[in-house]
Ligand binder design. Structure first.
Ligand SMILES: NC(=O)c1ccc[n+]([C@@H]2O[C@H](COP(=O)([O-])OP(=O)(O)OC[C@H]3O[C@@H](n4cnc5c(N)ncnc54)[C@H](O)[C@@H]3O)[C@@H](O)[C@H]2O)c1
Length: 340
């Protein structure tokens, strides 16, 4: 799948400048954009990023309560001519206090030729999809021979991380999962085991999972102060660690002593550090994961390297997936047309 960029087809299906398409979550989810397609769109967006063919200022945010954030995430990909912005919020206590997801939001896409809005869509689904796609692409690139994967956090992201790992890691055999809420781990296994060939095992403890998997990821909560659940002493040579919850879950010493500390975006990580999210300071960054996927920087060079790759999420991936959803929706006559 390549970026759909045919503006004429878009103009044939939408009166640009007079109307926009609104896609609620239900529509976005049922457009049939496959995980394979999302992996490929995300890979292309990361490669564009790796070649510096993008404009994407670091997220700006507002923070009404402690540990809560709203982020504005604009991006422009000049190659395919995609421009837009995600407006996303993260309320870590939502699942516990009001049975709502931690992360909700909207994506706006614009016409790069005239600037006018083309679409507004739910962005929770595409965030739930493109985030594990980044993790899985990184896992496949940095550790292609891995047979074991460990997942901390079995919520929305954890479930999709296991699905994407099974899809993108060519030799994967076993997945170990852990959640402080044991019922979430049970639910993940009950949902995914019937559909996946890999064996999924509920980990007895964070230590047991860390010691059992070559590639590890975490999607728990993002907090300013690290919880340091995974002790540095448990991490051994050759492991690949792919947090998508910043440095919350991991002993900060691991990223510091890693042979390579990769990030999705240096700018984003520096911004989070300036907001107090890396109280011990941001570890020295080796390269960006897009550069590795684009072949501009090396990935794993030795089997015994410890590699940490922190991916906090990039708007270039959101607009790449959102653009494909918009084209699909117009082709299929899905969505609500709203006057501008
Ligand atoms: N990097 C990105 O691009 C990106 C995108 C979306 C979400 N996120 C982050 O991913 C995280 C998870 O998001 P989600 O939508 O899956 O949330 P969720 O609420 O659906 O799931 C989180 C799970 O983590 C578990 N958990 C919490 N603390 C834990 C701990 N100490 N040890 C083990 N398990 C723990 C919870 O019990 C829950 O099951 C959030 O921090 C979110 O901000 C990152």
């Amino acid at each position: 799948m390549t970026f759909p960029t045919d503006r004429q087809r878009l103009a044939d299906q939408l009166t640009i400048g007079s109307e926009l398409i609104y896609l609620p979550r239900q529509d976005v989810e049922h457009l049939g954009l496959t995980r394979d397609a999302i992996l490929e769109l995300t890979r292309q967006a990361l490669v564009e990023h790796g070649h510096r063919r993008y404009e994407m200022p670091a997220k700006i945010g507002v923070h009404p309560y402690d540990n809560v954030f709203y982020h504005a995430m604009p991006a422009y990909l000049p190659g395919p001519g995609i421009v837009g912005m995600k407006w996303i919020e993260c309320y870590p206590d939502n699942p516990r206090t009001c049975a709502l997801p931690q992360t909700t939001g909207l994506l706006v896409l614009n016409d790069v030729h005239t600037g006018v809005p083309l679409a507004v869509m739910d962005s929770a689904w595409l965030t739930a999809m493109r985030t594990p796609a980044v993790t899985a692409l990184a896992a496949a690139a940095l550790h292609p021979d891995a047979t074991t994967f460990g997942m901390f956090g079995c919520g929305v992201q954890g479930i999709e991380h296991v699905r994407y790992a099974a899809l993108a890691m060519p030799r994967l055999e076993t997945v170990h999962v852990y959640d402080t809420n044991g019922a979430a781990a049970d639910a993940l296994i009950a949902t995914l085991q019937p559909e996946l060939e890999v064996r999924i095992i509920k980990g007895a403890s964070p230590e047991a999972v860390t010691r059992s998997a070559e590639v590890l990821s975490s999607a728990t909560v993002i907090l300013r102060r690290p919880l340091a659940v995974v002790k540095d002493a448990w991490v051994t040579t050759g492991q690949t660690i792919l947090p998508c919850d910043l440095n919350t879950f991991w002993d900060p010493r691991t990223a510091r002593r890693a042979d390579k500390y990769l990030v999705d975006s240096v700018e984003e990580h520096e911004l989070f550090a300036s907001m107090g999210y890396f109280p011990d300071g941001l570890p020295e960054v080796t390269a960006e994961i897009g550069e590795v996927l684009a072949g501009v920087q090396p990935g794993r060079e030795h089997a015994d390297e410890i590699i940490v790759n922190s991916n906090i999420g990039m708007a270039v991936c959101d607009i790449a997936v959102g653009n494909a959803l918009l084209h699909r929706a117009l082709e299929r006559g899905v969505g609500v047309r709203l006057p501008l």
